[in-house]
Design a protein around this ligand. Structure first.
Ligand SMILES: [Zn+2]
Ligand SMILES: [Zn+2]
Length: 114
C-alpha cells in the first residue's frame, strides 16, 4: 500500500472514532505494521490534520483535528477514561496559536469507589 493510501485509511478510521491509540488504528488496517502507522500518523500531525493527545508516558491517543465541535480532554488518573470537555476561553498576555488542554482528575465512577 502506498503511503497516501495509509493516510486515507487512518483518516477514515479517526473520522469514525474519537481518540484512538496507534495499536487500535493498526488493528483496523489489515496487513499494516506499527511503525508504518506511527510514521503516517506523525506526518498527519505535522500536517495539522490529526491531533495528538499525550495522556501519560505510556498512552498517546489521536483524533481528527477537524473533529466536530472543538473540545479539550479530561482524563481520569484512576481508570484512564478520557472524556471531552469544554475549557472556557481565558485571557492571556500574547497570542495563542494552539489550545491543547488536558484536564486531569478522577471520573465520577472512580470518585464513588474512594
Ligand atoms: Zn475513573
Ligand atoms: Zn477529542
Amino acid at each position: 500500500m502506498r503511503s497516501n493510501t495509509y493516510k486515507e485509511k487512518i483518516l477514515e478510521i479517526l473520522e469514525k472514532n474519537h481518540l484512538m491509540a496507534i495499536a487500535d488504528v493498526q488493528a483496523n488496517i489489515p496487513d499494516s505494521d506499527f511503525s508504518t502507522i506511527f510514521r503516517n500518523i506523525t506526518q498527519l500531525c505535522a500536517e495539522g490534520v490529526v491531533r495528538k493527545i499525550t495522556v501519560d508516558k505510556n498512552t498517546t491517543l489521536y483524533e481528527m483535528k477537524t473533529h466536530k465541535n472543538p473540545h479539550d480532554h479530561f482524563v481520569c488518573d484512576d481508570c484512564g477514561h478520557v472524556d471531552s470537555v469544554k475549557v472556557p476561553e481565558f485571557s492571556l498576555q500574547g497570542k495563542a496559536f494552539a489550545k491543547d488542554v488536558l484536564v486531569r482528575g478522577v471520573c465520577n465512577d472512580c470518585v464513588e469507589k474512594i
